[in-house]
Structures are given as structure tokens and as C-alpha cells.
Design a protein around this ligand. Structure first.
Ligand SMILES: [Zn+2]
Ligand SMILES: [Zn+2]
Length: 551
């Protein structure tokens, strides 16, 4: 086990430094640990049938008594999405600003831990202590309200953990990035900046949320039909912009999707969305002319159970689109989700709708900093060490290069998930590589290890199908009937009858030749015959399920 000195100031990411998503960042100071964020990740094809991904926090569970708590920077899924799923094992106090706390509380309630969790509400732009950690929050603009960068004031120097941010003079909801405070922090000296790398390959400024409303209005004001706009439910500023564009074009707003109802309620309770009109309910749509309705929908990434998918497939109970209606994807196409989202575009086009997306119209601005904004922040902060996070290895690598070659940062650490870095005392150095990993989350509470049997089996069935074999033996192990074999997802049994007969005949011969008629040996022999034949004929390795009954 790694040798940690009580005085070491350490940074250890367990998620988010190998992918965009699932951020978990740990800091060690004076013998104690603090977790910043506990996020969820999107599941790709490697996790068939899985809702989302949660991090493997074995490192945390092994030294839970050394942990002070979890500090949440903001309410995005990739920063707090796992608190509910992992609460049972963590049971640490949570610290979050009021709006983020409301979202976190809801996550815990969904997972069945609502009343057990302790959530301390902390004010944006405040300074407080969590154990030995002297913490200051600094408000930075992002695509959700209350995004708090974290400054750890330590006797070795200060660390700025940026969280997700951008620079936007008109963020619509919430405050602007606190540039004056950032300048002062930089003037006081910063040991290390742990910084967002999402848009490190984007040259142009991320753009202002304030410009979206006018652009949306231009698109919808002359439309004859109903308008559906989808965005991330947590993007409260975007919801505000959409509502204002609706109001200015004489449309009432309907919300479609549970998370939109929840987030807008939390937002209003915390002082956001205070100047928009009341929403109308989806059952009222039928009483209004179609050109007086605008629906805000969940499901901008093509999620199967969200409103957008249901509407596209004609499965929504109250919302039906007809030709001349308009659909706007006011959101980013997240890499990896392209196919699913394009499928939706196509469905809407087939319905005869006008479809507008970020590809062809100004309907979205990113919540993350471009190179231009990153350069500006590095100019204010002038850290001694740059540690890029929130990115895939290519993003982190490019961020390190820019910090070294263009932004004048003396030291850089190209970190990856699981790498424990001592920031001080002394030069930054790698101490160890700790366990990190992924769990597929199902049904809101079941965690399936990425390399575990269930997911391994699913992957195999998905790619190579499955073979079922039923073998009936007498008590003494004599084969009483021809084995029943079926090949779902492997071969068409009608078309390949001869193959089925060949395998069946060979299996009968092999089983009859066995002296050892124990279950173990029967399994082994059967598996061998099936595997070899399918490999020879199809070059496939299906899952094999064998049932033996003795009568
Ligand atoms: Zn975010
Ligand atoms: Zn994020």
C-alpha cells in the first residue's frame, strides 16, 4: 500500500480523467481526504442494457474513516449522478450550494436514502472549513446555475479546482464568472490549477447564453405549427431563454418529461426562473391553436424513455406532431450519441417537421471554455502546476501541451484516473496507481461490475448469440434421449439443419463414450463439442448454457 505522509497535499482522480463524464476527484491534506464530486457516466456499447455508469470507489471504501465528506461543484449528472447509487456504501456528509443540494437530495430520495443523508447547504462565494480543509467557493458561469469552483487554501499554497466553467458576460440565470476574485486569487499565488479540458480543441469563444433567446425567437415566430424544443433539463438558463422566446412569439409553454418538472421546481424554489409565465399542462394542448404552443422536452441525447423519443415514435400520451410542426435540438450532440440522435432527426423529418439543430442553426452554446477562455483564465491565475482533468486522454494531452508551450505554466501533470499525485511538499510526483473502474447501473440501484459475469455474458450474447443444451441422463449417467440444442442469435436452424444434425450427432457420440458421468465432466465435454463446431463453422464464440437433468 502507498505510503502517505500526514502532511502530503495529494490529488487523486478516480473518474473524469480518462473520459468526459463520471467525475470523482480526491484531495488529501493533514491526514484527511475530501471528495470533490461523485458523478455518473454515459454507458456505451460495452455496457449493453445498462442505464448509466458509476465509479468503482474501492479506494474510498477502504479508508472511509479518513474521509471528511463530499463537496459537489454543481448539479450535472457527471458531477453528482452517483451519490444516490453509492450512498449505501459512502454515507459521508455532502456539501453543496442550495440548488445543487436540492438536486442531490432528489437523487438520494430516488435511490431510497432521502432521509438518511446529511446535506450541508453552503453559500456560493463563501469560505468555510470541512475538517482540515479551508475551502473557498468561487462562482463560475456554466450551463447550470451555481457552478462553484473550489479553492483549497493550504499551508503549501492554494489549489484551484475549477469544476466546469466558461466565461459569459450574460449567462441569463445566475451570476457571471467572478473575474475580480479570480484575479485576486491569482495575485495571491496558486500552487496548482485542476482544470476543465472538455473544449480544449475549440478555438472560438463558447458564446453567450444571452444570444440564444433572440436566435430561437427568429426560428419560431413565424412557424405555423407547434414547436418542440429539447435541451438538458438542468440547463436552467436555456429553459429561461426558450420560455422568453415562446412568450415573445405568443406561445404558452408545456413541459414534457419528469426531470424538467423537477429541475424547474428546484430552480424556482432557489430564486431562478422567477420572471417567466406559468407553464400549462400537457392536457391543455388540445384547447389551443397549434401556433400558440411550445413544448420543452427531455431527451436531447435520444434517450429511449425520454419525451423526445416518445414523441418521435408516436408513443407520447398527449403530444402528437404533424407536418409543419417544428423541432429544435437546443443542445450539444455529445460524442458517442450521434447515431441515436440522428435516428431521432430522421424520424421527425419523416413526420414532415422542420428540424433545427446546432449543426445548422445558432440554437446552442457550450458550457465549457474554448482555448480562448482557457488562456484568459490561465492569465488571471498563473498557477505553478497545471493539472488538466474532465477529458479523454487526447484532451488532457493537448491541455498539457498548451499550458507548457502557450500559456507559460512552469509545471504540468498529465494525469489519468487512479494516479495519485503529491502536489506538495517538494516537486509534483506520482505516488501510486490506485484502483479505479466502472459499474453499470440498472434499475436505479443494481450495480454490475464492468468486467463481471453478467455484462461479460451480455456482450457475448449480443455479438455471438447463445447455445442452449438440455441433456437428460439416467441416475447412472446413461443418455436417455437426444440432447435438445437451440441456437438463438447464432444460426438459422431451419436453413442450417445439417449443421444442427452434425453437432447433435457428435455430441451424442461424445457423451455415450464418457466413463466419467459427473455433471462436471458432462458440462466440459458438451461445451467442448459445441465450442469447436461453432468455431469451425461460423468462427463465433457464443455463450453456452447447459442444463442437465437426471431421471
Ligand atoms: Zn457541468
Ligand atoms: Zn462536467
Amino acid at each position: 500500500m502507498v505510503n502517505i505522509n500526514k502532511d502530503d497535499l495529494i490529488f487523486l482522480p478516480l473518474g473524469g480523467s480518462n473520459e468526459i463524464g463520471m467525475n470523482v476527484n480526491l484531495y488529501h491534506y493533514k491526514g484527511r481526504w475530501l471528495m470533490i464530486d461523485c458523478g455518473a457516466g454515459f454507458a456505451d456499447n460495452y455496457y449493453p442494457g445498462v442505464q448509466m455508469l458509476a465509479p468503482d470507489l474501492s479506494f474510498v471504501y477502504e479508508r472511509l474513516d479518513q474521509f471528511e465528506g463530499i463537496l459537489l461543484t454543481h448539479c450535472h449528472e457527471d458531477h453528482l449522478g452517483s451519490v444516490g447509487w453509492l450512498w449505501d456504501k459512502l454515507q459521508l456528509p455532502i456539501y453543496a450550494s442550495p440548488f445543487t443540494a436540492a438536486v442531490a437530495k432528489n437523487k438520494l430520495e430516488q435511490a431510497g436514502f432521502g432521509s438518511n443523508a446529511v446535506i450541508h447547504k453552503v453559500a456560493p462565494d463563501s469560505r468555510f472549513e470541512i475538517g482540515p480543509f479551508d475551502i473557498e467557493l468561487v462562482h463560475l458561469t456554466h450551463s447550470v446555475p451555481e457552478m462553484n469552483a473550489v479553492i483549497l487554501h493550504t499551508e503549501h499554497g492554494n489549489v484551484l479546482h475549477t469544476g466546469d466553467w466558461k466565461i459569459d458576460p450574460n449567462p441569463v440565470e445566475g451570476q457571471t464568472t467572478n473575474i475580480e476574485r479570480l484575479k485576486t486569487i491569482g495575485d495571491n499565488g496558486v500552487l496548482a490549477m485542476v482544470c476543465d479540458s472538455t473544449n480544449v480543441f475549440t478555438e472560438k469563444h463558447s458564446g453567450s447564453e444571452g444570444d440564444i433567446e433572440d436566435s430561437l425567437l427568429e426560428l419560431v415566430k413565424n412557424e405555423a405549427g407547434m414547436v418542440c424544443v429539447t435541451t438538458f433539463a438542468s440547463n436552467v438558463a436555456r429553459v429561461h431563454s426558450i420560455c422568453m422566446a415562446a412568450k415573445r412569439s405568443g406561445r404558452k409553454v408545456v413541459l414534457a418529461g419528469l426531470s424538467l418538472h423537477k429541475i424547474t421546481t428546484f430552480a424556482k424554489e432557489n430564486g431562478f426562473l422567477h420572471d417567466i409565465d406559468e407553464f400549462i399542462s400537457d392536457t391543455q394542448i388540445k384547447n389551443l391553436p397549434r401556433n400558440e404552443v411550445l413544448v420543452i422536452c427531455t431527451g436531447c441525447q435520444g434517450e429511449a424513455n425520454a419525451a423526445m423519443s416518445k414523441i418521435a415514435n408516436g408513443n407520447h400520451p398527449f403530444i402528437r406532431l404533424t407536418p409543419k410542426d417544428t423541432v429544435i435540438f437546443s443542445s450539444k450532440i455529445i460524442p458517442g450519441n450521434e447515431k441515436t440522435i440522428f435516428k431521432l432527426f430522421n424520424l421527425f423529418v419523416r413526420l414532415g417537421c422542420n428540424v433545427y439543430t446546432e449543426k445548422d442553426h445558432f440554437v446552442h452554446v457550450s458550457g465549457h471554455p474554448s482555448k480562448e477562455e482557457m488562456k484568459e483564465l490561465y492569465g488571471y491565475i498563473r498557477p505553478e502546476i497545471s493539472i488538466p482533468v474532465h477529458g479523454e486522454p487526447t484532451h488532457l494531452h493537448e491541455h498539457v501541451r498548451l499550458a507548457r508551450e502557450e500559456w507559460g505554466v512552469p509545471k504540468q501533470v498529465e494525469i489519468q484516473n487512479g494516479e495519485m499525485i503529491r502536489l506538495a511538499p517538494g516537486e509534483p510526483s506520482s505516488l501510486s496507481h490506485e484502483t479505479f473502474g466502472y459499474f453499470g447501473v440498472e434499475n436505479n440501484n443494481m450495480l454490475l461490475p464492468a468486467a463481471g459475469e453478467v455484462l461479460r455474458m451480455r456482450r457475448r450474447m449480443l455479438n455471438d448469440g447463445i447455445v442452449f443444451v438440455t441433456i437428460v441422463l439416467s441416475k447412472k449417467g446413461k443418455l436417455l434421449a437426444e440432447p435438445g440444442i437451440s441456437f438463438p442469435g447464432v444460426i438459422d436452424e431451419e436453413e442450417y439443419r445439417d449443421v444442427v444434425f452434425t453437432i447433435s450427432d457428435e455430441l451424442v457420440e461424445s457423451l455415450q463414450a464418457q466413463r466419467d458421468v459427473s455433471d462436471d465432466n458432462i458440462y466440459k465435454v458438451t461445451r467442448k463439442v459445441i465450442r469447436r463446431n461453432i468455431k469451425d463453422i461460423m468462427n463465433k464464440r457464443p455463450a453456452i448454457e447447459i442444463h442437465i437433468s437426471r431421471v
